[in-house]
Design a binder for this molecule. Structure first.
Ligand SMILES: C[S@@+](CC[C@H](N)C(=O)[O-])C[C@H]1O[C@@H](n2cnc3c(N)ncnc32)[C@H](O)[C@@H]1O
Length: 251
């Protein structure tokens, strides 16, 4: 029986009465708690089964260390925004960059600049992808990124490199300047340090976001991008306010 049926069938609760409204609120709160418990348990199952799930996810045969629900959200964002440039910090094997390039092929627009401190010899070649080697927060590397981005727009940024708070915070402060109004600064893996996984990680992306957001009124957390319940980026889809601030849901 769903919440409305439980209320309808509750004996002695007059329609519109305070008691009936209180009963409805209590049942809705209970349903919300149950939903959170289910999502958290599935999140832990999905994350802890990494050999079967996110570290066993490939795009066209290349490893992409992503939650598959988030990849679908990326696809929707790319289709909606049609970014001219996507900057990705943290390339690894290159599967996420190849995924982004494939979507850019489908919408016939956009290129990818992806940065990693580690060198790989067998990353996928794609005309839309430029690989940079170095630390994402090295001023010389960032200057090269700025040069590659130029004055193109829209620009979307994905932070998926070193997940320690101080590194992510440094990236947020640097790379937020590249994100054009209405576009996204996506912070990956804000689920670590107990949100709800890896409780012993220590301060990570979520703590970096908590510190960054009060420093600016340019960005807000777009919870609409968490619609599939499971995301590795809770509170991590940061949207830059559009110039005219017309979106009613901007908070
Ligand atoms: C989580 S993996 C990236 C996953 C990739 N985006 C994907 O979805 O398949 C993190 C990557 O960040 C790189 N990394 C670590 N510290 C970095 C830094 N300071 N600058 C750039 N990349 C870094 C690591 O070498 C590693 O390949």
């Amino acid at each position: 029986m769903g919440t409305p049926d439980l209320i309808r069938n509750a004996p002695g609760l007059r329609r519109g009465s305070l008691a009936r409204r209180a009963a409805r609120r209590a049942l809705e709160a209970r349903a919300a708690r149950a939903k959170r418990r289910i999502v958290t348990r599935f999140h832990r199952l999905f994350y802890d089964s990494s050999l079967q799930t996110w570290s066993n996810t490939r795009w066209l045969g290349v490893g992409a260390q992503k939650c598959t629900f988030d990849l679908w959200v990326y696809q929707e964002i790319l289709h909606e925004l049609r970014p001219a440039v996507i900057v990705e910090c943290g390339t690894a094997e290159g599967g996420s960059a190849l995924f982004l390039a494939s979507i850019c092929d489908l919408v016939d627009h956009g290129s990818i600049v992806t940065i990693d401190i580690a060198e790989y010899t067998d990353r996928p070649e794609h005309p839309r992808i430029t690989y940079l080697n170095g630390s994402s927060i090295d001023p010389e590397v960032f200057a090269r990124v700025e040069q590659l981005v130029g004055d193109r727009a829209p620009v979307l940024v994905i932070l998926d490199s070193n997940h320690e708070r101080d590194h992510v915070l440094a990236e947020l402060r640097l790379y937020s300047a590249l994100v054009t109004p209405g576009s996204y600064l996506i912070v990956e893996d804000s689920n670590i340090n107990g949100r709800p996984i890896l409780p012993a990680f220590g301060p990570g992306p979520a703590e970096a976001i908590e510190q960054f957001l009060p420093e600016t009124d340019e960005f807000f957390v777009d919870r609409d991008r968490e619609k599939f319940f499971l995301t590795f980026n809770p509170g991590g889809y940061l949207r830059r306010r559009s110039a005219d601030r017309e979106r009613g849901s901007q908070t």
